[in-house]
Design a protein around this ligand. Structure first.
Ligand code: MG
Ligand code: ZN
Length: 458
């Protein structure tokens, strides 16, 4: 209840401010691109600045995140869920401008459907698309595309993408497992509905311009950026998606009403849950390349608005830990594999200093090798950890992954306070037409309200 009155007042203010300032239709952006870094609290954008810094210049270079920072956003869900949000409640806030309970996909606290900015944009004649690195029926994209009382109803959410009317002209991400099932083949049904289907990154270069597209590149989420054949898969998918949506829009209508797109760097959050700084920085790097591409796009198409934010922060990441005044990303920059890949390889092979150092791609100390060997020989499972254990991971692989991450945290002096989310405010970035609307502190619900107004919904 405490939060209710200020939010209502703020939203009234936002509505009247935007209404008086945008009297002319032509000032509304033609294209709107919403970018979510799932789990990307301010510690992630800061860590990335030091991670990517050129150590030879004597100054810390500005990043694409710094260049477009406009403010901060609060992320708390509806009062009954407390102040720490999950991705479903926060994505519903960002998509529809309402507070709801943790787990809710596009429904309010009474479980009634709420309209998303993507759905509204589609009704206005815009082309719509989503590009994510999770499965396309995961909480964040689902909150823009559908309604369900719980995020875990993955099959029902996938079914609804067709059954409730197809809301997007382009879907890129993972999730084959949910779309090609024993009981139903949604890919086949999408094809029957006129969609072109692809399942490799190579296929992105040869899309038919006059068709909507479904691209599913993995069974569930895409591989970690660190392990993927294309470490810049989000930026690659985004470039292709932007071109495709523009071409598709042109092919079907002469009026060319522009497009609305949701892009999500989904796995910053997964790296946070796993307390994995090396994976987090690689996911951030892919997102940074995506934003740098969008900067060029906005230069060429200035009637485009790009908004970037996070749904919450994850893991309680700290840049410096254990009382030591240091954070050293040098060794993180060298890493070429994820901790889980390194751990699986260590479990499969005889561990020695040269092979282990080659896997980390930096020189390990003798004591590190002892730690790794002990971890492999220890049969007791680690029940003390709060970190989520993946289903296809054995106990010894899981315990080895924890040891690998412990070494990475030691060398970088990275700290974590949680295996879950935290309630800290998140950065808001905006550039392009009407980007000044997103300055200062705002609640996540206000971001959706501003987008609705910029899409002409009063
Ligand atoms: Mg997400
Ligand atoms: Zn999460």
């Amino acid at each position: 209840m405490k939060h209710f009155i200020p939010i209502v007042l703020l939203s009234l203010c936002t509505a009247s401010c935007v209404n008086t300032a945008t009297t002319e239709q032509k000032t509304l952006p033609k294209n709107i691109i919403m970018v979510i870094g799932d789990g990307m609290g301010p510690a992630y954008t800061t860590a990335y600045r030091y991670f990517i810094d050129n150590p030879n210049t004597g100054v810390v270079e500005e990043t694409v995140f710094d260049r477009h920072l406009t403010g901060l956003s609060s992320t708390h869900p509806a009062a009954d869920s407390g102040v720490v949000t999950d991705s479903a409640a926060s994505a519903t806030a960002l998509a529809s401008g309402i507070k709801t309970y943790n787990g809710a996909i596009g429904v309010n606290v009474d479980k009634n459907n709420v309209q998303s900015v993507l759905t509204w944009a589609k009704i206005q004649g815009k082309a719509t698309g989503i590009v994510v690195t999770s499965q396309i029926n995961h909480a964040t994209p689902a909150s823009y595309l559908t309604h369900n009382e719980h995020r875990r109803n993955y099959n029902a959410i996938a079914d609804s993408y067709l059954d409730n009317g197809i809301k997007a002209d382009l879907f890129f991400g993972g999730g084959k497992k949910y779309f090609i099932r024993k009981d139903r083949n949604l890919v086949k049904e999408f094809r029957q509905a006129g969609f072109h289907y692809i399942d490799t990154y190579q296929d992105l270069t040869s899309l038919p311009n006059n068709k909507p597209v479904l691209g599913l590149f993995a069974d569930i989420g895409l591989p970690w950026a660190l392990d993927d054949t294309n470490k810049y898969r989000l930026s690659t998918m985004t470039k292709s998606a932007v071109h495709q949506l523009m071409a598709y829009q042109k092919s079907k209508s002469k009026s060319n009403d522009g497009f609305f797109m949701l892009i999500e760097a989904s796995q910053i959050d997964w790296a946070g849950h796993e307390n994995d700084i090396s994976a987090a920085m690689a996911e951030m790097d892919d997102l940074a390349k995506t934003l740098e591409y969008l900067e060029h796009f906005v230069e060429h198409y200035p009637n485009t608005l790009v908004i970037v934010t996070a749904d919450h922060s994850t893991g309680g990441l700290t840049i410096g830990a254990r009382g030591k005044y240091a954070w050293q990303p040098e060794k993180l920059r060298r890493m070429k594999h994820s901790p889980s890949y390194i751990a699986k390889t260590l479990v499969k092979n005889k561990i020695n200093k040269s092979m282990a150092s080659a896997l980390f791609n930096f020189e390990l100390a003798n004591e590190d090798i002892t730690l790794l060997i002990n971890s492999k020989n220890s049969t007791k499972t680690n029940n003390s950890t709060q970190i989520y254990k993946l289903k296809n991971t054995t106990d010894v692989e899981f315990s080895m992954t924890l040891t690998v991450k412990k070494l990475i945290d030691k060398y970088s002096n990275t700290g974590w306070t949680s295996g879950g989310h935290t309630a800290i405010d998140v950065p808001v970035l905006a550039f392009g037409q009407q980007s000044e609307r997103f300055q200062g502190h705002q609640d996540n619900t206000e971001i959706a309200k501003k987008i609705f107004l910029l899409l002409g919904r009063k």
